[in-house]
Design a protein around this ligand. Structure first.
Ligand SMILES: [Zn+2]
Length: 424
């Protein structure tokens, strides 16, 4: 009997997908195991470079914190791989599709929105135990969690309302574009998606972030004068310096830039200002300005925008291929099903890119550090980093291979050594 070309393409594609999914699971899990082994093996001694600034107790706390988070992450990636397999080859997506067909016409916009929203809700439930364990067990055990169950529930309700208010109409527009714009729909979807992202960046600081945190103008006049001096030196225009009540949820400290154009502002977590002195705050801010000066966000966008266009064009082609649907356990061939399948299986195909993106990010961190060393003193940034490593219980001894694959920031020892070499 001659093989049916569609079904043999489908089983070939299914085999490729499962192989890559399992490969990514094996690679990630073995890197995480290496990380745990490497960190715990170095638990009894503070690295030479940090011997004077970090106590053995802090170092051991960082090792235990790293190992605890790694173990949780390992079970999380295994569960999420299982979830993807159940939805695709296990026929889960098709079952959701059939269930909604009782209420809405299959292939229509309402049906598609219901299908994709159900997937979102299911994904949220699968993720929930891990979020709860992370927040209320691990973060709590290491003294970072400030979140109460009540605040967690309030956050969840606000997030769900926001997702429904923005996400459902967004899905409806996307599905409408794919139906109304002919064979080049993916170009329209891309343009719409890009504009939506820019809009979110524009309104985030003023409309969305304040739903979750309180932002107050930086009141410390001495620090404000220092920061404004630095901004003037670096030629950076900002619409304000704000302090965010990050301490409501967590003891971890941070600082960031947000928005663009007229909504651009600088936000310090209150937890960061509590820990660092004025010199150190200035150095951390100079590092952030380094990202701005080197146009790192624009460079990232310049790569991600064409990459997402290429992915959408690929989806535009896959949607015409019967083997794509049947290979992934779906009899339905509508656009919403295609979108769901595509984004469920995509990570298995793109995981080899992770180390490339991590490498690129680490290059940017080194560039921002070098800029900070020019504008302020490298020693101040080193002092700030050491305090942050200590207080955030970040490991000083990551496994080199793990770090190369996953870490967006260079390992502590390399980063500090590089900064010290820049010290005049
Ligand atoms: Zn940075």
């Amino acid at each position: 009997m001659p093989a049916d070309p569609v079904s043999s393409a489908a089983s070939g594609f299914a085999a490729l997908f499962v192989t890559l999914l399992l490969l990514s699971l094996v690679v990630k899990t073995s890197l995480m195991r290496r990380q745990i082994r490497h960190v715990l093996a170095r638990r009894e001694q503070v690295p030479q470079a940090f011997a004077e600034s970090i106590t053995l107790a802090s170092h051991q706390r960082a090792a235990d914190y790293t190992a605890a988070r790694m173990r949780l992450a390992m079970s999380e990636i295994a569960v999420s791989a299982l979830f993807v397999l159940l939805l695709t080859l296990g026929g889960g997506l098709q079952a959701i599709h059939d269930a909604w067909s009782a209420a809405f016409a299959p292939g229509g916009i309402a049906h598609g929105v219901a299908l994709l929203a159900t997937l979102g809700v299911l994904g949220w439930f699968i993720d929930l135990p891990f979020v709860l364990i992370k927040t209320f067990v691990i973060e709590k055990r290491f003294g970072f969690n400030r979140m109460t169950p009540r605040l967690f529930a309030a956050d969840t309700a606000r997030e769900a309302a926001l997702a429904a208010a923005i996400g459902l109409p967004l899905l409806a527009v996307l599905l409408w574009l794919t139906a109304a714009m002919g064979s080049l729909w993916w170009l329209w979807v891309w343009a719409f998606w890009l504009s939506f992202n820019l809009l979110v960046m524009l309104i985030w600081p003023t409309f969305i972030a304040p739903l979750f945190n309180r932002f107050t103008p930086l009141a410390d006049e001495a620090l404000k004068a220092r920061v404004e001096g630095l901004l003037a030196r670096c030629g950076f225009q900002s619409k304000g310096l704000f302090v965010m009540d990050g301490s409501r949820r967590s003891a971890h400290g941070n600082a960031y830039f947000t928005g663009f154009g007229a909504s651009k502002r600088i936000v310090f977590f209150d937890t960061l200002l509590d820990k660092l002195n004025a010199d150190e705050v200035e150095a951390v801010l100079a590092h952030e300005l380094g990202h701005f000066r080197h146009r790192h966000i624009l460079k990232r966008l310049a790569v991600l925008a064409p990459a997402s266009l290429a992915l959408l064009a690929l989806l535009g082609w896959l949607i015409e291929q019967p083997w794509f649907f049947s290979g992934l356990g779906s009899a339905a061939t509508d656009t919403a099903t295609a979108l769901a399948l595509f984004f469920l299986v995509l990570p298995a195909f793109t995981f080899p890119l992770a180390p490339v993106l991590s490498y690129w990010s680490r290059v940017h961190e080194f560039e921002a550090d070098a800029y900070a060393a020019q504008q302020t003193r490298a020693a101040d940034l080193v002092a700030a980093l050491v305090k942050l490593y200590r207080d955030n219980a970040s490991t000083l001894t990551p496994d080199p291979l793990y770090s190369r694959f996953f870490d967006s920031h260079p390992p502590a020892a390399l980063r500090v050594a590089r900064l010290q070499s820049l010290q005049p």
